[in-house]
Ligand binder design. Sequence first.
Ligand code: ADP
Length: 407
Amino acid sequence: MYVLVINAGSSSLKYQLLDAETLSVVDKGLCEKLGLPDSFYHHGLGDAEQIESLPLADHHAAIQAVLDHLLDPLSGTLASLDEIAAVGHRVVHGGEHFYQSTIIDDEVLAQIRECVPLAPLHNPPALTGIEASKALIPTALQVAVFDTAFHHTMPPKAFMYALPYEMYEQHRIRKYGFHGTSHRYVARRAAHILKRPLEDMRIVTCHLGNGGSIAAVDHGRSVDTSMGFTPLDGLMMGTRCGSIDPAIVTYLILELGLSAEDVDQMMNRRSGLFGISGISNDIRDIDEAAKSGDTRAQLALEMYAYSVRKFLGKSVFAMGGLDAIVMTAGVGEHSSAIREKIFVGLEGLGIVLDVKRNVEGGTERVISADDSPVTLLLVPTNEELMIARDTIELYEASRTSGDRSDT
Ligand code: ADP
């Protein structure tokens, strides 16, 4: 039996097919530029990796192409679609409804749809992916795994904004937090590596990719996180500004005459590392420019590391202590220079980076000094594995309870 993991973006669809027993990945791929004339499908592992130009009008067409590939008599993995026991869908926003991964039935679909205004760019493609998957693989159990769910444990003092209370009551304006599946995975993994129960530890997880967020994971529960009502808040990111004085927004609109859409575009697409450096949103390009003396590139890197450091500090104080910090995602896993900028100078707080371990090869590892009171770890994230695990767990539970009403 297999589990299919689907991550539907606005114009892309990523998938992984995993063996339900061993959780090993047997196939994976990516359909890109859906709806555009140059859409393509990239699939296969290792030597079998291939890119095909294919007309892919939408998510339905993309899932159909994936299934055709998986069922191909010569190169496919599956003899029949019945071998897919369950499909796990990444859904960005679960609002206040969902605090854990959930079997999708009509009511759940309606509740995900209700969250569309909270995540207008992310939830609609997830819904389209779910509908297509239900239509094309009707025998499989469909499961939703929410990016927001892990942060459901935040207390009101952390998730409320100091706006008039009715903004929360009537409009659900509050902090939700994102990247939850990644924070949950790397926190668990860190406890496993350190051979300590997660429930006994205070961990700060830093997911630093193109988007970035930090979570304070107190005894296994997220108690605060840097992203907020939307993924724009918190850290300086690739193209997003992160936390700024909210009055800047009204100033830009009222004094400079920008439209709300202009400001939204500016803060989401033209700010962050890109906005400051004027070069790129990619740390590698900025690093190169900084080394050749570009002062804006140097400033962008300094600001980025400082922003992470400040949110690290907030998380430690939120929990009242710290056992470990985990670095993950593109920047967190690969940029030793950024890690050094973040951690060097924090020795007085018990955070001692081992500069040599920091730059050594290898992936999952401890990068703090042996005598560092706080352990620093590098853990590659694996959201797909987490989605697959949750999906299989729900599949097994539904088989024992006989509850398959949604299929
Ligand atoms: P996303 O948030 O889109 O999933 P990733 O987690 O893949 O992104 O992170 C992408 C970012 O990671 C890039 O924009 C780049 O800044 C950084 N990155 C990736 N590889 C490296 C590397 N080898 N060295 C430094 N930075 C890297």
